[in-house]
Design a protein around this ligand. Structure first.
Ligand SMILES: NC(=O)c1ccc[n+]([C@@H]2O[C@H](COP(=O)([O-])OP(=O)(O)OC[C@H]3O[C@@H](n4cnc5c(N)ncnc54)[C@H](O)[C@@H]3O)[C@@H](O)[C@H]2O)c1
Length: 331
């Protein structure tokens, strides 16, 4: 497999003011890559650039715009090309937000806010930079989905819709680039839980379950991977032109669970996630295991027990580095 170098390349990273995006910028800069670091928060992205030592020689520069604003994204693609004097080689569409809301209670303004950033922002970034990536002769599109682009959970329908959408869009793009023999690699990234600020900045509008404090605490408990490690895994995946980059032991387990259980994953996900997501809900039914749908239910009680046991052992076996913390997802 071809392994590429980042030395002397030009990368664009969105959501560069925090978490995974910031660590991607620092990692790429260390490898001699020029980076356009983009975020909606000026102070945060300028701090990233300062940490990367970008102020010294303009190798890392800050750009401030909203990825959900299509015109702004296309304008910035032109600006970045003219500032650096050449086309970009790599776009990492990483900016993202969270939303906890049941379908029943979802406000359109929240749904549209999330889709604007997590889905449309990825499409705008891809299409704004695609001409430059082709022109560079050595391009790469990296779109950040999630494990929630592989399985769904309760109260995450909007996030699931965006992240499944990103996966479908990105995988189709990869097939097209190959069919048209264009010099652009394409990778879709599926992080598991990464210790970042995303839970703190998520909107939680559900009345059925968690409040913001519970959610942040729960998120801290289940996140297995540091943003530094996540960035290193993503960059290694890009280097090896991987079509699907799984980040963290939980992502590997969920990938395996989805592939081996098929649609039955829904029942296991309900058993594992409902008590966590619905928390101290007054709605007792919400926090107890869901009745399995006829098509998804393992045939017998013992088969159901086996399915949960398998999911538990998948989690612990998959967590090579931190089995203790991996197991906590099930507590
Ligand atoms: N942290 C996790 O557990 C996890 C898991 C799976 C997927 N992801 C995905 O990884 C990506 C990065 O998330 P993170 O955990 O580093 O989050 P984070 O909150 O630490 O960082 C997200 C960054 O995106 C920026 N941003 C938000 N809205 C924006 C907008 N409209 N325009 C431009 N920038 C905007 C924020 O200012 C912030 O700097 C997201 O797409 C997220 O959905 C994260």
């Amino acid at each position: 497999m071809i392994s590429k170098s980042f030395q002397g390349k030009l990368a664009v990273v969105t959501g560069a003011g925090s978490g995974i995006g910031r660590k991607l910028v620092l990692n790429l800069a260390r490898q001699g890559c020029e980076v356009a670091a983009c975020d909606i928060q000026r102070e945060a992205v300028e701090e990233t650039v300062a940490l990367a030592g970008g102020g010294r020689d303009d190798r890392v520069r800050a750009y401030v715009f909203d990825v959900a604003d299509r015109e702004a994204f296309f304008r910035h693609a032109d600006l970045i090309k003219s500032d650096f004097g050449r086309p970009a080689n790599l776009i990492i569409n990483n900016a993202g937000v969270g939303l906890g809301a049941s379908v029943r209670e979802m406000r359109w303004e929240d749904f549209e806010w999330l889709m604007g950033i997590n889905f449309w922002g990825v499409c705008y970034g891809t299409q704004a930079f695609l001409p430059q990536l082709i022109e560079s002769g050595d391009g790469h599109v990296v779109n950040v989905s999630s494990i929630y682009g592989m399985i769904s959970g309760p109260l995450t329908s909007a996030y699931n819709a965006a992240k499944f959408g990103v996966r479908g869009y990105t995988e189709s793009l990869r097939i097209e680039m190959r069919a048209e023999r264009l010099p652009v690699e394409v990778s879709c990234v599926h992080p598991g839980g990464i210790r970042t600020n995303i839970a703190k900045t998520s909107r939680l509008t559900t009345t059925a379950g968690l409040d913001q404090a519970d959610f942040s605490k729960w998120f801290e408990r289940i996140t297995l991977t540091s943003p530094d490690k996540a960035a290193a895994i993503i960059i290694d995946g890009i280097r090896h032109n991987r079509p699907r980059i799984l980040v963290g032991p939980d992502a590997r387990v969920i990938d395996l669970m989805q592939r081996t259980l098929g649609i039955r994953y829904q029942w296991v996900a309900g058993v594992l996630l409902n008590p966590l997501m619905y928390g101290k809900s007054k709605n007792a039914a919400a926090a107890s295991p869901p009745p399995a749908p006829a098509s998804a239910e393992p045939a017998t009680k013992s088969a159901r027990k086996r399915a949960v046991k398998n999911a538990k052992s998948l989690v612990t076996d998959g967590a090579e580095a931190e089995p203790e913390s991996a197991a906590c997802i099930l507590r």
